[in-house]
Design a protein around this ligand. Sequence first.
Ligand code: NDP
Length: 308
Amino acid sequence: MSIVYKSEPLRGEAWRRLFAEALPDLPFHIWPETGDPASVRYLAAWQPPEDLAARFPALRVLFSVGAGVDQFDLRALPPAVQVVRMLEPGLTAGMVEYVTLSVLALHRDLPLFLDQQRRRVWAATRSVRAERRRVGILGLGVLGLATIEALRGFGFAVSGWSRGRRDLDGVACFAGMEELPAFLAELDILVCLLPLTAETRGMLNAALFAALPRGASLVNAGRGGHLVEADLLAALDSGQIAAAILDVTEPEPPPEDHPFWSHPRIWLTPHVASMTHAETGGEAIIDNIRRHRRGEPMLGLVDRSRGY
Ligand code: NDP
């Protein structure tokens, strides 16, 4: 029985050391080295090999080295393979920082002021108390909930939207497509922290922007596939959307001549909102392998039929 790691090599070396100490009986291979493919039981990857089923017939768990699993073709995986996403405190902390930074920047009109600076304009806007700034989070999962906690610390009026109903103290919670318009209608800043699935692809579109109050802003730290780019550009042009902070695009990076690079009211970051930390990420997989060996449920197990 062995594990193969197929992702960023530096992190692989760090994990090799962690695994040698914590699970000395489990041979750890860094791709393209795999040892005997017939004995590979665990694979930790961002992009698994295309011939995964034929290459590793004894594979039982595919670990995503990131929080999402949208890069996997879930339907093509053998039924016996469980898919587990990365849940680790470093990833969560990074996203909390990124969303807090973005919401504060929008709350304090920073995209406007930076644009003004470039044009040598000195013009103040009226300040708004955080309590009066309505921030809505699409996705009340691990990252959405941690983010809400941090935003509430500043006093923002926070609401959230998820698939199943949530009951959170002090947070207005909305569920399902039928409640989406009511959720959107009350927002100044919308943050997308959804997983990318067949249902959520293209959700950030003209209809959704039209359901927001005029002049609302957007933060997309989910996936590029959530956003219909042309619809965002049109909404920025019309003033329906005031500004957007985007950590993700599709494809990444955008083509050289893409309008996102130079749009005065778009801030673009290169998919850095949060990343798996070598040590805590390795420990999370070690913990899950121990759980799997004991026959216990693993943390971050993906429901393949839902896609997240
Ligand atoms: P979780 O699986 O913990 O949470 C997902 C949330 O989205 C849940 O609240 C879920 O609802 C909701 N949701 C999913 N589908 C729908 C739907 N069709 N309608 C309404 N709500 C829906 O995910 P995480 O919080 O851990 O991560 C979210 C995403 O963030 C990742 O999938 C990834 O794409 C992105 N990400 C981006 C990073 C970056 O650097 N930019 C880094 C890390 C993650 P319910 O609670 O009812 O199930």
